[in-house]
Design a protein around this ligand. Structure first.
Ligand code: 6PG
Length: 506
């Protein structure tokens, strides 16, 4: 354990030593910052400090919050990494009792709901500076370089910035590709940090939530590709692993594609003749950030159907027993196998994945564009895309292109309209349509491929059947309609000849 002195001396403190907390603390210490740590269970703190005696910055283990607060340099900076929800408020209240003061900064680095962060910032304003930072990258990211999405008071950010920049993942200045943060066991110098100030109050947590919504869609489209290639194409996991590995060299290169290639070649530890993927139960869990994104999309009226459908795909996966029962009763088409060229199928599915992924990202950025109006943030989409290039779960070469798209046009109304993505989706759309047709004709659920295509076609339609819908609304509810041949904002109503309504005499 670090030596005791009477002088406050830690640069920063961290509360909550579960794996993410421990790894983030070690990452901070590796970059030369002295960090105080506290966990509710004292033995966790003591063991953690005892097991990590030689970090460059040093760990200060504290067994009371009072000692923890007293150990920090002013203005104090405290990261809390506890379960999102009431636990965050409880810890902040305890910190106040332990001596945290008005100019001190308390950073919630969990996956908190952005509206909670907005509330907390206001609620604690007289007592401390409450700050929200999205952290992505899982355990490994926390340890060796996460993507960090900070939001809150700008003066607080100035104090946090050097630490956030030091500990975040780094990407190559020219290519935007992630750098190996820990070459030869030491953090590398240089590169562009995957963090930048996002905006006021809850902006950081909002952007992290959208990241997770996109993550849901990104994962689901990979799963749909896997399902179609294995079920229709009859491609076995080890062969599929090679397909994903080859995709990882092109436009789709990303962390999620890379881990999919790894997963697919993994044998079952119980019986090495099998692939583990075939033995994993097909029900997906969720902690709620994808659902928050979908609910928020509905609240704001943003058609983020690819993201929402990815959440529903997890929901339908969860009702396994019901599905098994239904599979014995509900018939699908007779055609079960794809008889064409496998090479062509792989190519088509890759294109469907790519196009659906572009739609999911387009929707994520649409959400942020709407949210910034609602909350008065000034989000920089190029910068947000750039901090997702490394460290986070959705990191991908693709994000360099999105960064460029928003840098070329800060007011880009939709990612699909960027010249690069327009060209790419246009070139790939025939294959995308074929895959959706194949899925429908063979009775394979490919919900995000399908809904993303509906989004694409809906978004590019100059006329939708909402004319009829609005007429229906006027028919039964006198909700009025606008006409195509009069200026917008002029509303009309017809006394429709309702079958139940007696016709008025002329
Ligand atoms: C990240 C992840 C991380 C976590 C999600 C998983 O960016 O590091 O998104 O936040 O893995 O909470 O969410 P689900 O349990 O809902 O899949």
């Amino acid at each position: 354990m670090a030596k005791k002195t009477s002088q406050p001396r830690a640069d920063i403190g961290l509360i909550g030593l579960a794996v993410m907390g421990q790894n983030l603390a070690l990452n901070i210490a590796d970059h030369g910052y002295k960090i105080s740590v506290f966990n509710r269970t004292t033995s966790v703190t003591n063991d953690f400090v005892a097991n990590n005696p030689n970090t460059p910055g040093g760990l200060v283990g504290c067994n009371t919050l009072k000692a923890f607060v007293a150990s920090l340099k002013k203005p104090r900076k405290v990261i809390i990494l506890v379960k999102a929800g009431p636990a965050v408020d409880a810890v902040v209240d305890q910190l106040i009792k332990a001596g945290i003061q008005k100019n001190d900064i308390v950073v919630d680095a969990g996956n908190s709901l952005w509206t909670d962060t907005i509330r907390r910032e206001k609620e604690y304003a007289a007592k401390l500076k409450f700050f929200g930072s999205g952290v992505s990258g899982g355990e490994i990211g926390a340890r060796f370089g996460p993507s960090l999405m900070p939001g809150g008071d700008k003066t607080a950010w100035k104090h946090l910035e050097p630490i956030w920049k030091a500990i975040s993942a780094k990407v190559d200045r020219r290519t935007g590709k992630p750098l190996d943060d820990y070459a030869e066991g030491k953090p590398v110098k240089g590169g562009v940090p995957c963090t930048a100030y996002v905006g006021e109050n809850g902006a950081g947590h909002y952007v992290k939530m959208v990241h997770n919504g996109i993550e849901y869609a990104d994962m689901q489209v990979i799963c749909e590709a896997y399902q179609l290639l294995s079920q229709l194409g009859g491609i076995k996991p080890d062969e599929l692993s090679k397909v994903f590995a080859s995709w990882n060299k092109g436009d789709l290169a990303s962390y999620l594609i890379e881990i999919t290639a790894d997963i697919l070649q993994q044998r079952d530890p119980v019986n090495k003749r099998n692939f583990i993927v075939d033995k994993v139960l097909d029900t997906a869990g969720q902690k709620g950030t994808g659902k928050w994104t979908a609910v928020n999309a509905l609240d704001m009226g943003i058609p983020a159907n690819a993201i929402a459908e990815a959440v529903f795909a997890r929901c339908i996966s969860a009702i396994k027993d019901e599905r098994v029962a239904a599979s014995k009763q509900l018939k699908g088409p007779r055609t079960k196998k794809y008889t064409g060229s496998k090479k062509k199928l792989v190519e088509m599915v890759r294109d469907a994945l790519y196009c659906s992924k572009v739609c999911a990202y387009a929707q994520g950025f649409q959400l942020m564009a709407e949210a910034q109006k609602e909350y008065g943030w000034k989000l920089n989409f190029g910068s947000i895309a750039s901090i997702w290039r490394g460290g986070c779960i959705i990191r991908a070469n693709f994000l360099q292109k999105i960064t460029e798209a928003f840098k070329n046009n800060r007011k880009l109304p939709n990612l699909l309209l960027d010249p690069y993505f327009k060209r790419k989706v246009n070139a790939a759309q025939a294959n995308w349509r074929n895959v959706v047709t194949l899925a429908a004709n063979h009775g394979v659920a490919a919900p995000v491929f399908m809904t993303a295509l509906a989004y694409y076609d809906g978004y590019r339609a100059d006329r939708l059947p909402a004319n009829l819908l609005q007429a229906q609304r006027d028919y039964f509810g006198a909700h009025t309609y606008e006409r195509i041949d009069t200026p917008r904002g002029k509303f009309f109503h017809i006394d429709w000849p309702h079958p139940d309504r007696p016709q008025e005499k002329a």
